[in-house]
Design a binder for this molecule. Structure first.
Ligand code: SF4
Length: 331
């Protein structure tokens, strides 16, 4: 393998880097704002660049500095996060912003960053490399795939992950770690695509073991999919004078702290009989079907009447937004 492939990749990145609002152009003498890098990395966990880009812009407009985010109310922050999913991220975001303000700024190395709420190994390495140019190796799924292909590590990633990560650390340059990280991420996102890698446009094809096999898409081997468990529950639709009764979910657990419709627990298994009206939502680890049951009286406990024509302001997560859509379409 020629040592030049890393330079070719960096040159390709300089000329073709994706224009993303949390980045600075490669070659710029400005460093990216650590607040922007952190916020984008948290938003991008499990969420696509296309979805994150406008939401990131809204966050930054609303809370231009990390101190603004730290002093926001948790309910407003959760409402702004609505629809992005994985709501533990939003709760950690708030706690993390407050700690960063207390520390007087973001720590500049992985160890310090990992002390903060919601920052795991990958995110710490990404912030350290991209915002501070530290000698860190952020390995996301795109980078895993690119490294597995360049190095010709064939098995499913679930079995070869530690080998792939060792290989990534061995090949990562000590200098320009942040640019290299973003170059690898861009290569994986735009050229070295999972099913149809565009090797003809790839700056490193001459040094890629997968390309040399003639079937680069076969590396890494696809994972064996397990069936997703099905759960079911009931959402209660309690409507009065153009308003619907909402509650706040308990702070811990799925959709913790989010606005919600009241309803039953979610349990495993099938319906004794199919509900008349239901919505289905697929979470990462299970699929949920929520039957919709109109009721007249709110359950005991706290809640509030939310005007239906201002339902957007409640910050309902997608699951409950689907129920609202189903109910307002029929009424
Ligand atoms: S040559 Fe093809 S398989 Fe190899 S890194 Fe480039 S796009 Fe991916």
């Amino acid at each position: 393998m020629s040592a030049n492939w890393k330079n070719r990749l960096l040159e390709h990145y300089r000329d073709h880097a994706r224009d993303l609002p949390w980045r600075v152009r490669p070659g710029s003498n400005r460093r990216p704002d650590p607040y922007h890098v952190w916020l984008s990395e948290v938003m991008l966990q499990q969420t696509t660049v296309a979805t994150v880009t406008p939401r990131f812009a809204r966050f930054i407009e609303k809370w231009p500095e990390v101190s603004d985010l730290a002093s926001a109310s948790r309910e407003v922050l959760l409402a702004e996060w609505a629809g992005l999913g994985y709501y533990a991220r939003a709760r950690n975001l708030h706690g993390c912003a407050q700690q960063v303000v207390a520390l007087g700024g973001f720590p500049e190395d992985e160890a310090g960053l990992r002390e903060l709420p919601g920052i795991g190994a990958y995110t710490a390495a990404a912030i350290a490399a991209i915002a501070f140019d530290a000698d860190s190796v952020p390995i996301d799924t795109n980078v895993e795939r690119v490294v597995a292909r360049i190095e010709g590590i064939e098995g499913p990633l679930a079995e070869t992950r530690s080998e792939v990560h060792d290989a990534a650390r061995a090949l990562w340059p000590k200098e320009r770690a942040g640019d290299f990280a973003q170059a690898m991420m861009d290569l994986g996102a735009t050229i070295c695509r999972p099913k149809t890698p565009r090797c003809g446009e790839c700056p490193v094809s001459g040094d890629c073991a997968a390309f040399a096999t003639g079937a680069p898409e076969a590396i890494p081997a696809p994972k064996v999919r397990k069936a997703r468990p099905e759960r079911r529950g009931t959402a209660w639709w309690i409507e009065r004078d153009g308003a619907v009764w909402l509650v706040r979910r308990p702070a811990k657990g799925m959709l913790g702290g989010m606005a919600a419709l009241p309803g039953s627990e979610w349990t495993d298994g099938a319906w004794p009989e199919e509900p008349e009206q239901a919505v289905r939502h697929v979470f990462t680890h299970f699929a949920l079907t929520l039957a919709i049951e109109p009721r007249d009286v709110p359950p005991e406990g706290e809640g509030w009447w939310q005007p239906i024509d201002r339902i957007d302001e409640a910050g309902l997560p997608t699951l409950y937004a689907k129920v609202v859509e189903a109910m307002t379409l029929v009424s």
